[in-house]
Design a protein around this ligand. Structure first.
Ligand code: ADP
Ligand code: ASP
Ligand code: MG
Length: 412
């Protein structure tokens, strides 16, 4: 007998038929004799609707009430799946975050799990192996007794954290694709499914835009050594394929130089023109941004020819863009720049692979291939196992496909 966590995303629980289909996947594992905890997302589109209602009610909404609202989507699917399971003869009950409890920080809208007490669920396994159907995405901030949510895509993190807390043998993340691909298969039909991907690569893919797993879930799987698979809920519930295993680098025999391509549209570019070229300028710009909790990613400063003025370009998320512009315009005299240019019409395309550690010139090949397609690169960053380029958004698909082909990732 094993103990399993099975997570089903929004498309997998989009309506009652799909929820019944999920119940069949759970039945398969239950009938095989396993103890099963299921984590569910809200029906697809539901969380977006709830978020929009909060913003409509007040642009400066109270984040604690936002969490009370957006957590409700998962309450519905948890209850419905428990009913669907009971209906096919499987003992089951729903668990909300506070009932488990899943304790989090008070960073409402982006809370982090601090601790999960799995005792009550494990006790329930002892009664006829009762299936625990847990509402994903939510927890409780104990000191204030308030509902919290874990940030968009957070049910993945609920699932992996639950698996760690229950000491589960594996965590299966069921979604609408049959595994992790070399890039988003909806954008590049030639993308290949990977049997295995290293934790570090999955971390980079997720943080650079591949939304198949929330970044935090990969971090938790890596730290707590949770055996995690990504697989399809649309497979035959009687005979599903295994999907993609997220594993240690050493467990992958053949390692290509580039494993995957990711892209993020959540980028904005800011350029400050005619800055004084003097010590302390970078601090004058980035310290106030940091004080306003604005994260900056790519940074390019041009060394001036005349030693007098220079330009500084950097990126933020789209959500931070307006605030960053306001903060900087307010400090225009103090920082000493002539004018600010901003653009949200940009995308960051990244190539990832642990094989880059041992190969030189990987990024250079991309710069050449992109230039041959007439794609202008606005900013570049590199690190040990990835590089990213910032380009005009209109070229996203062309750039992703170009790099996918360049590094030999297209399926035959
Ligand atoms: P869920 O609702 O099940 O959590 P998500 O929509 O959050 O599902 O994530 C699954 C989606 O991630 C897929 O439909 C796919 O379009 C997208 N995706 C992006 N990059 C990749 C990738 N490299 N491999 C697989 N899917 C990817
Ligand atoms: N329902 C939440 C969202 O849409 C959490 C999740 O699906 O993982 O972001
Ligand atoms: Mg998701």
């Amino acid at each position: 007998m094993s103990r399993l966590v099975m997570k089903f995303g929004g498309t997998s629980v989009a309506d009652l038929d799909r929820i019944r289909n999920v119940a069949r996947h759970v039945k398969r594992e239950y009938d095989a004799g396993h103890e099963v905890a299921v984590v569910v997302s809200a029906m697809s589109g539901k969380t977006n609707e709830l978020v929009a209602w909060c913003k409509d009610a007040s642009p400066l909404y109270d984040h604690r009430e936002y969490d009370a609202v957006v957590a409700s989507g998962e309450q519905v699917t948890a209850g419905l799946l428990a009913i669907a399971l009971q209906n096919i003869g499987i003992p089951a009950r729903s668990w909300l975050g506070w009932q488990v409890p899943i304790r989090t920080t008070d960073a409402h809208g982006a809370a982090r799990i601090e601790d999960i007490d799995g005792t009550a669920i494990i006790d329930a396994f002892g009664r006829d192996r009762e299936v625990a159907v847990i509402a994903g995405f939510q927890g409780i901030h104990a000191a204030t007794n308030r509902i919290s949510t874990l940030g968009r895509g957070g049910s993945d993190t609920s699932a992996v954290a639950m698996a760690a807390a229950l000491k589960a043998d594996r965590c299966d993340i069921y979604t609408d694709v049959d595994g992790v691909y070399t890039t988003d298969p909806r954008v590049v039909p030639k993308a290949k499914r990977l049997d295995k991907i290293a934790f570090e690569e999955m971390l980079e893919l997720a943080s650079l835009g591949a939304k198949v797993l929330q970044v935090r879930s990969v971090e938790l799987a890596m730290v707590h050594k949770v055996r995690t698979f990504v697989r399809s809920s649309f497979d035959d519930p009687e005979n599903p394929r295994p999907g993609t295993l997220i594993c240690e680098e050493e467990d992958i025999v053949e390692q290509p130089v580039v494993t995957g391509i990711a892209f993020s549209r959540d980028e904005a570019q800011i350029t400050l023109r005619n800055l004084k070229d003097a010590p302390g300028i970078a601090a004058a710009i980035f310290v106030p941004l940091a004080e306003h909790n604005i994260n900056v990613d790519m940074i390019i400063q041009v060394i001036s020819g005349d030693q007098k003025t220079t330009d500084m370009t950097f990126t933020t998320t789209i959500a931070d863009f307006d605030r960053a512009c306001v903060v900087l315009e307010g400090l225009k005299e103090q920082i000493g720049f002539a004018y600010l240019e901003g653009s949200t019409d940009v995308v960051k395309v990244s190539a990832i692979g642990v094989g880059m550690r041992s190969h030189a010139g990987v990024a250079a090949r991309a710069f050449k291939a992109l230039s041959e397609k007439g794609i202008n690169i606005r900013a570049i960053t590199t690190s040990e196992i990835k590089f990213s380029v910032l380009i005009e958004a209109a070229y996203t698909e062309l750039a992703v496909r170009t790099l996918h082909t360049l590094y030999g990732l297209d399926k035959a």
